[in-house]
Ligand binder design. Sequence first.
Ligand code: GTP
Ligand code: ATP
Ligand code: CA
Ligand code: CA
Length: 576
Amino acid sequence: MATAATTSAAAIPTGGGGRRQHPHPRRLHRLRLPAQAAAAAAASSPSTSSSSSSSSTPAEGGGRLVAELVGAFNELTGRMGEGLATSSSSRLLFRALKLALPALRDGDGGRALARALAIAASLADLQMDAEVISAGILREALDAGAISMRDVKSEIGISTAHLLHESLRLKHAPSKLDVLDDESASALRKFCLSYYDIRAVILELALKLDMMRHLDCLPRYLQRIKSLEVLKIYAPLAHAVGAGNLSLELEDLSFRYLFPHSYDHIDQWLRSQETENKLLIDSYKEQLLQALKDDDELSQIVQDISIQGRYKSRFSTMKKLVKDGRKPEEVNDILALRVILEPRCDGSSLDWGPRACHRTHEIIQAMWKEVPGRTKDYVTRPKENGYQSLHVAIDVSEPGKMRPLMEIQIRTKEMHKFAVGGEASHSLYKGGLTDPGEAKRLKAIMLAAAELAAMRLRDLPASDQGDSNCTNRAFCQLDKNGDGRISIEELTEVMEDLGAGGKDAKELMHLLDANSDGSLSSDEFEAFQRQIELMRSLDDKDDRYRKILKEKLQTIDSAGLIQVYRKQLGDKLLVS
Ligand SMILES: Nc1nc2c(ncn2[C@@H]2O[C@H](COP(=O)(O)OP(=O)(O)OP(=O)(O)O)[C@@H](O)[C@H]2O)c(=O)[nH]1
Ligand SMILES: Nc1ncnc2c1ncn2[C@@H]1O[C@H](COP(=O)(O)OP(=O)(O)OP(=O)(O)O)[C@@H](O)[C@H]1O
Ligand SMILES: [Ca+2]
Ligand SMILES: [Ca+2]
């Protein structure tokens, strides 16, 4: 099924410039420098400004590249799910990083590499396979013309090239629309879901998320065009493919740029109580879980209980306000819990589900104040679309402390599955896909694509390069012959791939080879990895401080010191 969504190899264009052959090692912006290499570089190079590329030592350039490669590889494999970071996946990811790093290191003032790695991290967090993550890294280099599709085909593999080809076709899809009205946006969403490899759609979504997170750099009119596109097409698309959190972030970011004043209004209101309310949600969740587990009747009829909590998003709150002119404090699902019960199968044909839901309701009534008239029992009387769940609202205010109501949804695992993926699915309910047949087809495509990816990336037998029981993935990628040591030849090979020379490899070996036996043991390599980790964490802190400073400067700017003065002056004029 998914093969219908992919194209033949012959159709893949080889556009973009040819790959630079071993570019001269130059300084990498944002590159994390291992401490020893940093010390060596500092000793030999008095200038540390980023424009001093010509004064950087070979060890600095080469050492930094290997450090960046290993650091990025470790971070991404760490974020990937246990089952996903297999040895063939590791090899693929390592090759993609090796191809992309030298191509991206100087692009867009150093931003290109950071962007590629951020996109890869989002894809790893979404539990995408190594092929999608690799395509995310390579897409940036392809867009910049630093590598070509032919490079991807020959150095990474045909299926990653296919995926990239799909994602490039998808990139241009919205520009085919003349008018971005609801109807054409919905048609485009359906088109994307039924025609393209679903993994290319997810890659596109991760790219959009990164774009939205950095929209400040664009002029105002472009911010609005991009936000509208994201709100109409990509956020619902993310919802439809089950990437709920990504969809919420895309919606909130678009909302912020499209309607800054209403966004600020809602944001301030939600933010003013966010920390307290999130703690409250956690505490109610714990109390309820304990009470349900302690109940004898419930224990007899259910085998598992789980509770999810959520604080409502900015955009979803805004929609409630405009729907019927409610005030924020009248939105009754700002604080929300959902109880999911798994009834026991005792061999009889009795369905314990409805009783379990009602017993849970009774326990809640005994614990907290239920708001009369707000209870909806879709368990006894399902909605027309088949949706089943029991909803109650409870009053969590305390004397002198008014709070929004808390919604609690109670359902069985089966009812939940139907609400998420069936004909009453949340995608249909909110995602703008109105045709149940479409949703079923989408699910089938997703499953088939995931199966194909798993087949391609399935671990080869243990004899394959002997790294199937490898404990340090990065070490195994560098130790090509699997003899348990990284030789100078192995280090030279990877450094040459990264664009640095053999001399750099010798100097790096000299720095890291603590017992001077001419090769790196796994212990010596682990010491190097610890230094990389340390430098990366320092770098992240730097980034965080830079961001806080930028936000502070912006607040002053947008609150407008001039406006503050003007208001004070205005007040004075009124008084006199
Ligand atoms: N997946 C799915 N969820 C639904 C459906 N209907 C309701 N829900 C969920 O239940 C919540 C509350 O729905 P109702 O109890 O019907 O309340 P309502 O009248 O829409 O309530 P408010 O508009 O929140 O005042 C919604 O916010 C959804 O989270 C449905 O058909 N499918
Ligand atoms: N009571 C709840 N407990 C836990 N999660 C919930 C609850 N209600 C909704 N969610 C989840 O929160 C996410 C965001 O949903 P959102 O608040 O935007 O919509 P909604 O509450 O389902 O619909 P509506 O805006 O119509 O009330 C979705 O994944 C949804 O399933
Ligand atoms: Ca709701
Ligand atoms: Ca070796």
